[in-house]
Design a protein around this ligand. Structure first.
Ligand SMILES: O=C(O)c1cccc(C(=O)CC[C@H]2O[C@@H](n3cnc4c(=O)[nH]cnc43)[C@H](O)[C@@H]2O)c1
Length: 224
């Protein structure tokens, strides 16, 4: 199996990459091999634009059977523990729209996009693949992807209500879009590093989130 692992930053995959270096044959710094399993690391950069470009390039070179996006995320729900992991099953673009006299309206609401035009289903980019090579032992959530992280109570309340979403990232929808368009099975796994709240980095649990994410990835690597 050819597995493509995408993350926004190298930092998010450090432990996993060290594991590959120790236990796999290193073909080059982004390509590891063990028996019938080939793992390719794709560091996309932060944000949708860079994610689409990097993924398209990596997919063209490696032609993966399966893509995993791994990273950290903010949670709207304060009952979700920091450092816990989720599978983002559905994605929406959280800031693609118009500001209509102070009211955000997305492209579907103003009828510039069709909510069911492939790969969208009822406005969402939904992961509907069934045969995953990894155990899906995590809760499923709905994500929004933004260019500007939500950082004021008004915007947080508005986005959470408008999209009825659980988590926020800066790349998830781009990943879903590319994989759906290319018809490559995929999974987006996120570890909650922070709550979506007015910015206060001292409350973040980035180290814990990354450790838990990498531990899960190592434990759930496909056999072949
Ligand atoms: O310094 C900040 O205010 C700040 C805000 C959000 C994210 C960062 C990062 O350094 C990580 C960027 C990375 O993490 C994902 N992420 C994590 N939490 C959130 C969030 O609350 N909203 C959106 N994205 C988040 C994101 O996918 C980026 O790849 C710093």
């Amino acid at each position: 199996m050819r597995l493509l692992v995408a993350a926004a930053t190298t930092f998010e995959l450090d432990i996993f990459t060290s594991h590959l270096r120790q236990h796999f044959q290193e073909i080059n710094e982004n390509h590891f091999c063990k028996e019938n399993l080939e793992v390719y690391i794709c560091i996309t950069g932060i944000g949708s634009m860079q994610t689409v470009f990097s993924l398209m390039e990596a997919m063209t070179i490696y032609n993966p059977h399966f893509c995993l996006q791994a990273g950290v995320a903010g949670s709207f729900n304060h009952e979700t523990a920091l450092g816990s992991l989720v599978i983002v099953r559905e994605e929406m673009l959280g800031d693609l729209g118009v500001d209509d006299h102070g009211r955000f309206r997305d492209m579907f609401e103003i009828e510039l996009m069709n909510p069911n035009e492939k790969p969208y289903v009822k406005k969402k980019l939904v992961n509907m693949f069934q045969d995953f090579p990894m155990r899906l032992n995590l809760p499923y959530v709905t994500g929004i992807t933004v260019n500007t992280v939500s950082g004021s109570n008004n915007l947080i309340g508005h986005r959470s209500e408008y999209f009825d979403c659980d988590v926020e990232t800066m790349e998830g929808a781009a990943f879903h879009y590319v994989c759906l368009k290319k018809k490559v099975p995929f999974l987006q796994v996120r570890s909650i590093s922070n709550y979506v709240e007015p910015r206060d980095r001292s409350k973040w649990q980035m180290k814990l989130a990354i450790e838990n994410l990498n531990e899960w990835m190592i434990a759930n690597l496909p056999e072949s």
